[in-house]
Ligand binder design. Structure first.
Ligand code: SAH
Length: 257
């Protein structure tokens, strides 16, 4: 019996799938892809005769049904999901159902959209002395967020944040973040469809971002990036400093010449 491959499709740009994911798509007999977010151009990598299923129209039972049938017939089944499967990937329930059926699976990492968005903006989430932590979170929706993880409590840290699945409720997000401790002039970037051809970025601060998002008409497929890492203040890291020694390099005043 074949195992199932869960593959991260990357954020959108069809070249941002890993080589491993690409190679699996080339040989897959069956691909179950998340049609609401996965770039369909990725399916061009598949061989002729591949059987495609768009999971947007399927229930968990139907998805597992296709996987089970494929695995039992020794077909190579790829489950293709957006970004990386470990972030809001609804992977756990699929994995548990497969375990019940005695079907093995393997996961292939993908480039998550928060990484694609950072690359598009050319920014670093961890600017020395500005912020050294990144919080990945969302506002509660149909899937509730445990109360100990509410945005307001995370805001206390005033560190870098990448907020998924929340742009349709930007006003509440802003209220929670300011209520929790971020200053009103904290920079915010909204990245819509990061790395896609129709990517759009809206820059602002907590004070004006809600209006800007509304004006731009962005309601989904966007990340809310918040924090001073987007601002003008920065410090150089010690890593490449000529005054700093480490395992591979001595500080310039220590180099024997
Ligand atoms: N596993 C995915 C996230 C799936 S949840 C990942 O690693 O990126 C879906 C949410 O992810 C969307 O609501 C949006 O907030 C975000 N998202 C996915 N692709 C995106 C993209 N290309 N640009 C911006 N946000 C994206």
């Amino acid at each position: 019996m074949e195992k199932i491959y869960f593959v991260g499709a990357g954020p959108g740009d069809k070249e941002l799938i890993t080589l491993k994911g690409y190679k699996l798509l080339q040989v897959a007999d069956i691909v179950i892809y998340a049609g609401s977010l996965v770039n369909r151009e990725l399916l061009d990598y598949c061989k002729e005769g591949v059987v495609l299923h768009d999971s947007a129209y399927m229930t968990l039972e139907e998805i597992i049904g296709v996987m089970g049938e494929g695995a039992r017939a020794d077909k190579l089944v790829v489950r293709l999901q957006t970004g990386d499967i470990s972030i809001y990937g609804s992977i756990r329930e699929q994995a548990e159902e497969l375990k019940k059926l005695g079907i093995d699976y393997e996961s292939v990492a993908g480039v998550s959209s928060f990484l694609g968005a950072a690359a598009s903006l050319g920014i670093e989430y961890t600017v020395p002395e500005i912020s050294q932590s990144l919080i990945i979170t969302r506002i509660g929706g149909r899937t509730p967020v445990p109360t100990r993880e509410d945005l307001r409590s995370f805001a206390y840290h005033q560190t870098s944040m990448a907020i998924f699945l929340s742009v349709n409720r930007i006003e509440e997000v802003v209220e929670e973040l300011i209520g929790g401790g971020y200053k009103k002039d904290t920079p915010v970037a909204i990245v819509y469809k990061a790395t896609w051809d129709d990517e759009m970025t809206v820059m602002g601060s907590l004070e004006d971002i809600s209006q800007k998002v509304k004006d731009a008409g962005i309601k989904k497929t966007a990340l809310i990036l918040v924090g001073d890492f987007l601002g003008d203040k920065y410090n150089y890291s010690m890593l490449y400093s000529k005054y700093f020694s480490h395992e591979y390099r001595k500080a310039s005043d220590q180099i024997d010449e």
